[in-house]
Design a protein. Structure first.
Length: 202
């Protein structure tokens, strides 16, 4: 009796899943247009919507919200590799129950970190702060990584007993990027370590 109930439950679940998928659309193809610096495989790794593979349960139904999020993710990927002016447009075409996805990419210029000037630094050497923030000269500028590594700078100052520290970062963007880091150590007040990115387009 229990086996019969279990079999019926499986059949009902299968029918229900099939009915739900009857109104959904799968991704048939994923197309990137205008990408010159990164290949199809590299960009495909950044998105959620993609054709299903041979693996079980790998199918992702098409969703317009996911499409918009994927476009933002691609832009952020370019942004983290120094392409600060990249524009990504998304579109799709429907053929019965399948959808073809297109991302039109205008990469723009890739910016490199040219110089870093640090003022007010007392507790550390410049190269230590640069290493903590992941800043490397003559490499693609990555402001995303700076924000991610800010916690490491926070911990480093705390270990030195500097609990009230403020960091302002001014970024001047021309043909390359020049950074100015202003470090202020407060004697009183609450802990206020933060990163303030100021963009100066010249």
């Amino acid at each position: 009796m229990r086996k019969l109930i279990l079999c019926l439950a499986i059949v009902v679940a299968t029918i229900s899943l099939s009915a739900q998928r009857g109104n959904s659309r799968s991704v048939s193809s994923l197309n990137f247009i205008g990408n010159h610096s990164f290949n199809h495989r590299q960009l495909k790794e950044q998105v959620k919507l993609k054709p299903s593979s041979f693996l079980l349960f790998s199918r992702v139904d098409f969703d317009r919200r996911l499409l918009k999020l994927d476009a933002i993710t691609i832009k952020n990927f370019y942004y983290s590799n120094g392409f600060l002016e990249t524009v990504v447009h998304d579109s799709f075409s429907v053929n019965d129950s399948e959808v073809d996805i297109f991302f039109m990419i205008d990469e723009g210029k890739q910016f490199y970190l040219n110089s870093v000037t640090i003022t007010g630094l007392q507790s550390f050497k410049e190269k230590e702060i640069l290493s903590l923030l992941g800043l490397k000269l003559n490499r693609p500028y990555n402001p995303v990584l700076i924000n991610m590594n800010l916690a490491l700078v926070d911990e480093a100052f705390q270990e030195k007993g500097k609990l009230f520290t403020q960091i302002d970062i001014n970024q001047k963007i021309q043909d390359s990027v020049k950074l100015i880091l202003e470090i202020k150590q407060e004697k009183n007040g609450q802990k206020i370590l933060f990163l303030n990115l100021k963009k100066c387009l010249m």
